[in-house]
Design a protein around this ligand. Structure first.
Ligand code: C5P
Length: 287
């Protein structure tokens, strides 16, 4: 069975408080991208086997995809196993939630492969046990995520957007980013781009507007000076509607209204950042 595990960006990440469990209360608008890892699941009589291609990530139990399979088998009491082939296209530790997306693909895929038919709410519970942003990928559509990020309300985003993703090749540890924020919770600046979403929860239709914003930026910027510089450069380029760090970084994205503008920006970014820097054009919320 072949699955696509898409990346995400946070168009808005607002921290609204600290929880008794040490996590932070979030209000975040997440959207899937066309950039995706490839996940292939093959039935095995027993045991979990993982083969990761395209990154130095572990093939063992510390990989979130392995843990997702383990949790699924333990929870359902199934005796079978699985071979997982993971082709990584999403940079690890880059704020694009590649690992979380892989884990969600494994949960969804095993549920189908072994015809277990766990209801969506039960799969979401398993996802939340594994990490805060895994539930989002079970639905794989623009969503407002609250709580630790695991409470997912799908929304509609009508603007057509393209993103140029820029990753410097280093990762930012998410726990460190939140701890640094907690030690000095500086407010982030909201961006210039105004986005509109439609919320349909509760039966009605409510249009809300959003500015790009990421409350983890000031904390992460104190150590990783490359990120604010890249963001500032991207925001000034022609055709760019706005730029922001995704999640806890280090990936920065610039939004354009067309693929052509994003491709032009890719060329300019290649000249500016150099050929060593990972650059990728992706469609936001692909059909
Ligand atoms: O849940 P996940 O494994 O993605 O979280 C990684 C770390 O990020 C947590 O251990 C916690 O330190 C921090 N975090 C947080 N508040 C959130 C999500 C994550 O403090 N809502």
């Amino acid at each position: 069975m072949q699955l696509q595990a898409r990346a995400k960006i946070n168009l808005s990440l607002v921290i609204t408080g600290r929880r008794p469990d040490g996590f932070h209360e979030l209000d975040t608008l997440m959207v899937p991208l066309s950039l995706a890892d490839e996940v292939e699941l093959t039935e095995r009589p027993s045991g979990i086997e993982l083969a990761v291609e395209g990154s130095g990530l572990s093939n063992g139990p510390d990989n979130l995809a392995w843990r997702a399979a383990d949790l699924f088998f333990k929870h359902t009491g199934r005796g079978e196993g699985v071979h997982i082939r993971l082709k990584k296209n999403i940079p690890a530790g880059g704020g694009l939630a590649g690992g979380s997306s892989d884990a969600a693909a494994v949960l969804k895929g095993l549920n189908e492969l072994y015809e277990v038919d766990l209801p969506a709410a039960e799969l979401a519970q398993l996802a939340a046990e594994l990490g805060s942003d895994i539930s989002f990928f079970l639905q794989d559509q623009p969503a407002l995520c609250t709580g630790r990020g695991e409470i997912v309300e799908p929304v509609e985003l009508h603007q057509k957007l393209w993103a140029l993703l820029v990753n410097p090749g280093f990762g930012v540890a998410t726990p460190w980013a939140y701890q640094t924020y907690a030690a000095d919770p500086k407010k982030s600046r909201q961006g210039r781009l105004n986005l509109h979403i439609v919320r349909k929860a509760g039966g009605g239709e409510k249009v809300e507007s959003f500015h790009l914003r990421n409350d983890l930026e000031p904390a992460v910027f104190t150590k990783h000076l490359w990120i604010p510089e890249a963001k500032e450069w991207l925001a000034k380029q022609p055709g760019v509607q706005d730029a922001l760090m995704s999640g806890s970084g280090a990936t920065v994205f610039a939004l354009t209204g067309s693929q052509a503008d994003a491709e032009k920006l890719l060329e300019a970014a290649r000249a500016n950042f150099g050929s060593e820097t990972w650059l990728q054009v992706a469609e936001v919320n692909p059909a």
